[in-house]
Design a protein. Structure first.
Length: 367
């Protein structure tokens, strides 16, 4: 069976690996990362980055389950590809009672191993943070930290190709489902497949040619450059998700391709919807919102008042949300399936979401 996976992002690359492991004839279709986002006129990906939090605990038990399954396969992916993408720094979730009660539900349901920390424990364990006295925390010291989404996509792709998958580095510009096959057109020509799985992130609705079903929001991340001495001072810093209206996430010092180390903070104060190719392209090209960057800077200063920052920069990306805030993993017709909707939580668990998308295809083969 010839299968096309459309979308060379976190879900698509994962699905391609799982389908290749099952012995199918797989072609992964999607463009490479643009060399210059400011002048690029094609599609973009939000995985063009070096830091995403990975952990099992979450505010919804669904994400605990899929994250646990994915994290348990990180070693397998690194071994199959030869590309390391995961760094174990530990992960902390901290907040007031109502926030922590939501985390506790999934933690208990899935038996997540972690330490329960009082406010005094938080202060003693992580003296570089300044939390409200009402805060407590759950700390996962192992099998948690951060992944490079860029390297994770590369690892999944390489693993799939080592098992026989082909790669077409192009954007899909059309699909035509027929009685005997599905025709997929790219700028490199047209190709016929028995089945297709669309995992194109924010671009999924356009690829499918359907009315917009995903809510796509602009996101700005702030990057705080620090020197080596400051990075050494923070060598026990975990990733952090904490209880404020912005729903922020913080990553410890990570070395980026420019050779510098940055602490990354995300958490937009409001959701700005993006609709249409022009708005999306201009947003990615913009590099982010300076007002959000400054807001994030003030948040970080309140959380880490002693942090010594050399410079502040920013980046632009998007998050794609389904109506029920869970991934859309569904068969749409005899030959076409969809796997999309990270809902702001998809990177860490992408291998499991991709596996579930691949399972839709494998059901047709009896695998």
């Amino acid at each position: 069976m010839k299968v096309a996976v459309i979308g060379r992002g976190l879900f698509g690359a994962a699905a391609a690996r799982h389908l290749s492991m099952a012995g199918l004839d797989v072609t992964l279709i999607g463009p490479s990362e643009p060399k210059d986002k400011t002048t690029h006129t094609g599609v973009f990906g939000s995985h063009y980055d070096e830091g995403r939090i990975t952990r099992k605990n979450a505010l919804d038990a669904y994400w605990v389950g899929v994250s646990t399954a994915a994290i348990d396969r990180y070693d397998e992916i690194e071994h199959q590809s030869g590309i390391p993408f995961y760094t174990e720094t530990g992960a902390l979730m901290a907040g007031e009672a109502a926030f922590m009660a939501r985390v506790d539900k999934g933690r208990l349901e899935h038996g997540v191993p972690c330490e329960v920390l009082s406010h005094d424990d938080l202060t003693a364990r992580f003296p570089f943070f300044r939390f409200s006295k009402e805060f407590s925390g759950f700390y996962e010291p192992t099998r948690a930290g951060h992944v490079s989404p860029r390297k994770l996509v590369a690892a999944q792709t390489e693993a799939a190709m080592r098992m026989g998958a082909e790669l077409i580095e192009a954007e899909v510009i059309g699909m035509d489902e027929r009685a005997t096959h599905i025709e997929i057109a790219t700028h490199h020509g047209s190709h016929a497949f028995d089945q297709a799985l669309v995992a194109a992130g924010y671009n999924t609705d356009r690829v499918l040619g359907r009315a917009g079903q995903l809510d796509v929001y602009a996101r700005t991340v702030a990057l705080f450059e620090i020197d080596e001495a400051e990075a050494n001072r923070l060598n026990t810093m975990p990733t952090l998700v904490y209880d404020t209206p912005e729903d922020p996430y913080l990553l410890p010092p990570i070395r980026y391709p420019d050779g510098k180390k940055y602490i990354k903070l995300g958490g937009d104060p409001e959701d700005i919807p993006l609709a249409g190719e022009k708005d999306l392209r201009e947003w990615f090209q913009s590099g982010g919102d300076a007002g959000v960057r400054d807001h994030l800077g003030a948040m970080l200063h309140e959380l880490m008042p002693d942090l010594q920052v050399k410079s502040i920069s920013m980046g632009s990306c998007v998050t794609s949300w389904t109506k029920d805030r869970l991934p859309e993993i569904a068969r749409l017709s005899d030959r076409l399936s969809v796997c999309t909707g990270g809902n702001g939580a998809g990177a860490k668990c992408s291998d499991e979401i991709g596996r579930l998308g691949a399972a839709l295809i494998l059901e047709r083969t009896g695998e």
